[in-house]
Design a protein around this ligand. Structure first.
Ligand code: 13P
Length: 340
């Protein structure tokens, strides 16, 4: 393990004014997204879509890294340049999703365990050769009647820590992503309680597995009301609860925190990040690692038509720019109508 290299990469991933583009949807997830624009999910359509995103003029000013899916890591631009090489040449760190998905957790109805540890060392060695500098593993915790159980939280935290240790062994920075879903009708208080438990358990396991906190990035959910809650918390409440929760459970040595968007609208996700950055000084840089909140508008604008490519790229860069401003707390909602 090369501590200096891990720290250097982790810091570059969370530098101010930039964030991480999560474009690591599995084939089944991107197929669902394409269904929304009535586009068949062929390998070429998936390649063309990812190429549209990665080559957007100006995007590199606001992207520190891109999380890729296995298929995309092996694909090329129209000019025949492998995507990881293209990104690296543009000063963007290529990353790779390495878990194989959240599967039903036997004996724990309604809960999942994330799989993918078998053969992971060998896959990481291969991914590093192909250019990956960081990796991602997502654990999923749902809130509902009687769930999450502490055992499911522990099992997922244990797997996250084993993954993180294998990454650091191969000089790959682990993004540690324990996602508490915002799908239910729960209150922000319930989300905070569960997120506190999850983060505390995850950091206990990371410490036990001898993880170098300086060489990792945490990708958490924000502390937020469930999407179906009748009384949704305000953006200020989300920012305050999220920062409070993170300060209580995330060691200052962690290189940085890059949030997932988790089903928030693009504008909500940007506003929350900006408000959190205004609550500083904070022990770590706070940035974005959004999937849907960065891609949604670009995807619908593109709709699989090459004629819409430039317009879609503009939408992506507009969103990136606003999130870049949110990393320093300089975003304001009035910019939504201004930013070109
Ligand atoms: P969302 O921002 O759409 O939640 O995706 C981020 C991600 O990488 C989920 O694993």
């Amino acid at each position: 393990m090369n501590r200096g290299e891990l720290t250097r990469i982790a810091r570059a991933m969370v530098m101010k004014n930039k964030g991480i583009l999560a474009a690591d949807e599995s084939t089944s997830t991107i197929t669902k997204r394409f269904a929304g624009i009535k586009l068949e999910s062929t390998e070429e359509h998936r390649r063309a879509y990812r190429e549209m995103l990665f080559t957007a003029p100006g995007a590199k000013d606001f992207i520190s890294g891109v999380i890729l899916y296995d298929e995309t890591l092996h694909q090329k631009t129209r000019e025949g340049v492998a995507f990881p090489t293209y990104l690296e040449n543009n000063g963007i760190l290529p990353g790779i999703k390495v878990d194989t998905g959240a599967k039903p957790f036997a004996q724990f109805p309604g809960e999942t365990i994330t799989e993918g540890l078998d053969g992971l060392r060998e896959r990481l060695i291969e991914y590093r050769k192909l250019g990956a500098r960081f990796a991602k593993w997502r654990a999923v915790i749902d809130i509902g009647a009687g769930i999450p159980t502490s055992f499911a939280i522990e099992a997922n935290a244990h797997a996250l820590a084993r993954y993180a240790a294998l990454c650091q062994e191969q000089d790959i920075v682990p993004i540690v992503e324990p996602e508490v879903l915002m799908d239910g009708a729960h209150s922000i208080e319930r989300c905070e309680e569960v997120t506190e438990n999850v983060l505390q358990t995850v950091f206990r396991e990371l410490f036990a597995h001898r993880i170098e906190f300086e060489g990792m990035v945490l990708k958490p959910n924000m502390v937020i009301s469930g999407k179906k809650a009748s009384n949704r918390a305000t953006p200020e409440q989300v920012a305050q609860a999220s920062v409070r929760c993170l300060k209580r459970h995330v060691p200052p040595a962690v290189a940085g925190i890059a949030f997932l968007s988790g089903g928030q609208s693009p504008t909500e996700a940007t506003m929350h990040l900006s408000l959190m950055n205004n609550l500083g000084p904070l022990p770590w840089p706070l940035t974005f690692s959004y999937g849907r909140a960065l891609q949604d508008t670009a995807l619908t604008t593109w709709s699989g038509q090459s004629g819409n490519r430039t317009a879609a790229q503009k939408e992506l860069v507009r969103r990136l720019k606003l999130n870049g401003l949110a990393t320093t707390g300089e975003y304001a909602s009035k910019m939504e109508s201004q930013a070109a």
